[in-house]
Design a protein around this ligand. Structure first.
Ligand code: NAD
Length: 359
């Protein structure tokens, strides 16, 4: 946060006003959506750690997901959307989505209703977590609003279904610009546009065209392109060649999970869904019904999303403190949850991270 300064007519510069202590600053109002399954466990764990920074949050707790359908007739009641629009920022746990029928995905609906056009998912190797590759540090920027996720599908005749892939110049240019601006703001050097324009010459061709046009405005960032199938192979053989990657919605959904897998899985990857009116920070994993209620879920993904949130709030020092504590906890390997080969419960992991912050 910028420190306000005053100027005087005297020759000596005025002393900067002291930054108020974290606890004395106005609280940050954040919509908190615990979600389904392990959601409430991992979100509560992340909240404990975020509050241990000394920052004050006004959590506006809102329920969404399978649990609320019987109460409101929808998995995403209007008041949840209103709360996010009011606070402009939300921290969200996973929400279960029925397969093949039932209610529409809360995640997709949220993205549409709030215009969250960009999904940004950074993935970096963590100390103490054994993975097939070292020095992976990739950010996937995924277009979040169109492509096959426009949800336009219909039965042509029984036995034949048509799903429309929508790609527009406006959305493709917007996501390309977002990726380049992200690269500039975060000291990144290269952007790879991922596509299948050899087959979908019109739709993916338009996407590539937009990326190329935007790339010319950023001469300091190297720009290249890769066909999505080759890209997957390259990611699992030489992932270090990638820096920032930009792609359409469906490729982004798949590739961002693949990239998370390279650094330890969905349990350790955070993400931000960004739009002009709000940002929703969310864990990328699902509701993990197989371990819900057992107290063993790994809250790192929600916490990583919380760290991204702190950075957006300008709380870079607090963000670094939490991140370093997570890294120290992984490095020590004493309090790591089961999904990462340890034996710690969620509560033991939280205590270890808070302990590392205070050390
Ligand atoms: P999942 O991510 O819930 O689980 C896959 C595997 O990973 C399971 O073995 C689970 O135990 C494990 N896992 C996931 N998160 C973990 C964590 N934090 N700590 C430890 N282990 C963890 O995927 P799924 O089983 O395909 O989906 C279950 C439900 O979640 C579905 O209804 C799906 O629609 C929903 N889902 C929601 C989101 C979201 O809200 N963003 C994302 C993906 C899936």
């Amino acid at each position: 946060m910028a420190t306000p300064t005053t100027t005087t007519t005297a020759t000596l510069p005025a002393s900067p006003a002291p930054e108020p202590a974290a606890a004395d600053r106005a609280p940050y109002a954040v919509t908190l959506i615990p979600g389904d399954g392990i959601g409430p466990e991992v979100v509560d764990a992340a909240v404990q750690i975020l509050e241990a920074t000394g920052l004050v949050f006004e959590w506006d707790r809102q329920d969404a997901g399978a649990e609320v359908v019987s109460r409101y007739g929808t998995a995403l009641p209007d008041h949840v959307v209103t709360s996010i629009l009011k606070n402009r920022i939300a921290l969200k746990g996973p929400v279960a989505t029925p397969v093949g029928g039932g209610f529409t995905s809360v995640n997709v609906t949220l993205r549409k209703r709030l215009g969250l056009y960009a999904n940004v998912r950074p993935a970096r190797n963590l100390p103490g977590i054994k993975t097939p590759f070292e020095n992976v540090d990739v950010v996937v920027v995924r277009e979040n609003s169109e492509d096959l996720y426009a949800g336009i599908e219909h039965v042509v005749v029984p036995g034949v279904v048509e799903s429309l892939k929508i790609i527009t110049e406006v959305a493709s240019t917007r996501i390309a610009r977002h990726a380049f601006d992200y690269a500039v703001a975060n000291g990144r050097k290269k952007i790879t546009a991922v596509h299948k324009a050899n087959i979908m010459k019109l739709s993916d061709g338009l996407f590539l065209d937009c990326c190329r046009k935007v790339s010319r405005e950023y001469p300091d960032i190297t720009y290249d392109e890769m066909i999505v199938d080759n890209c997957c192979m390259q990611l699992v053989t030489k992932p270090q060649q990638f820096d920032v990657m930009v792609m359409e919605n469906l490729y982004g959904d798949i590739v961002s999970d693949l990239v998370s897998g390279l650094v330890g899985g969905l349990g350790v990857t955070g993400s931000a869904n960004i739009g002009p009116d709000a940002t929703v920070f969310e864990a990328v994993h699902g509701s993990a019904p197989d371990i819900a209620g057992k107290g063993v879920a790994n809250p790192t993904a929600v916490l990583m999303s919380g760290i991204l949130m702190l950075r957006q709030l300008g709380e870079t020092e607090a963000a670094a403190r939490v991140e370093n504590a997570v890294l120290a906890t992984f490095r020590a390997r004493k309090h790591v949850t089961r999904d990462l080969g340890g034996t710690a419960t969620t509560a033991e992991y939280v205590a270890a991270v808070i302990g590392a912050m205070e050390a």
